[in-house]
Design a protein around this ligand. Structure first.
Ligand SMILES: [Zn+2]
Ligand SMILES: [Zn+2]
Length: 196
C-alpha cells in the first residue's frame, strides 16, 4: 500500500489529498468487484470529474490503482464535475459505483490545504505538515467513512475494438490508423492534411 502510494505520487507530480482519494476509490472498487488491476481492457472506468474544478487530481489516482488509463483508452471522463467513478468488469458484465461520502468531502473542502490552494498556492509549495495528515487519513480510515459504495450491479459494456489497419498519408507520409483517414482530391490523407 505504501509503495503503491509512493509510486502514484511520483507519477502524479505532487502530494495532495485528491489523488490518494482516487487511488483508494479505485482500490475499493476493485475489491468490491473481486477483480485485479486491468492489464489490458478487462476493466472500463467512467470518472465523473470535469475539466476545471478542485480535486480533479482524483483521476490520476483512479488510473493508477485500476489500470484504466488514457493510454489504453479504457477510461472516460463524464464531465459531471463530481468525484465518483463507475468501474466495469467487462467480461463479468458487472459494475460498481464509488463516490465520496458527502460529509467527508465537505470536511476535506474546508481543510487548510484547500484554503491555500484557493488562495493560489501551488500544491507542491504546501508544507508536508499540512498535506501528509490528510493523505494518511485517506489511506487508513475505514472505507465506508470516506466513500459511498454501491452494490454490484449488472452492466453490459460494448467497447470499440482497436484497429490494426494503417495507411501512409499521401501528403505528409506519416502513419495513420484507419479511423483517421480522409479522402481529399482522391488521395488518402490524415486529418490535419485533409484540412490544408
Ligand atoms: Zn494533485
Ligand atoms: Zn498527413
Amino acid at each position: 500500500m505504501k509503495d503503491l502510494l509512493e509510486m502514484a505520487i511520483q507519477f502524479h507530480g505532487h502530494k495532495c489529498p485528491a489523488m490518494p482519494l482516487g487511488l483508494r476509490a479505485g482500490l475499493v472498487a476493485l475489491k468490491k468487484l473481486g477483480v485485479e488491476r486491468a492489464k489490458n481492457k478487462e476493466l472500463f472506468c467512467f470518472v465523473e470529474t470535469g475539466n476545471a474544478h478542485a480535486t480533479m487530481c482524483f483521476v490520476d489516482g483512479v488510473q493508477f490503482s485500476t489500470g484504466c488509463t488514457y493510454g489504453k483508452s479504457n477510461i472516460e471522463k463524464l464531465n459531471y464535475s463530481k468525484n465518483a467513478l463507475t468501474l466495469i468488469d467487462v467480461k463479468g458484465k458487472k459494475a460498481v459505483r464509488v463516490a465520496i461520502n458527502p460529509e467527508f468531502q465537505k470536511d476535506s473542502l474546508n481543510s487548510e490545504f484547500v484554503k491555500m490552494r484557493k488562495s493560489g498556492i501551488e500544491p507542491q509549495d504546501i508544507s508536508a505538515e499540512i498535506v501528509e495528515p490528510l493523505i494518511e487519513k485517506i489511506m487508513t480510515l475505514p472505507e465506508e467513512k470516506i466513500f459511498k459504495i454501491s452494490d454490484v450491479f449488472e452492466y453490459e459494456f460494448k467497447g470499440e475494438k482497436g484497429t490494426f489497419e494503417w495507411y501512409e498519408c499521401e501528403k505528409c507520409g506519416e502513419i495513420v490508423f484507419a479511423h483517421g483517414v480522409r479522402i481529399k482530391e482522391g488521395k488518402k490523407v490524415c486529418i490535419p492534411c485533409s484540412k490544408i
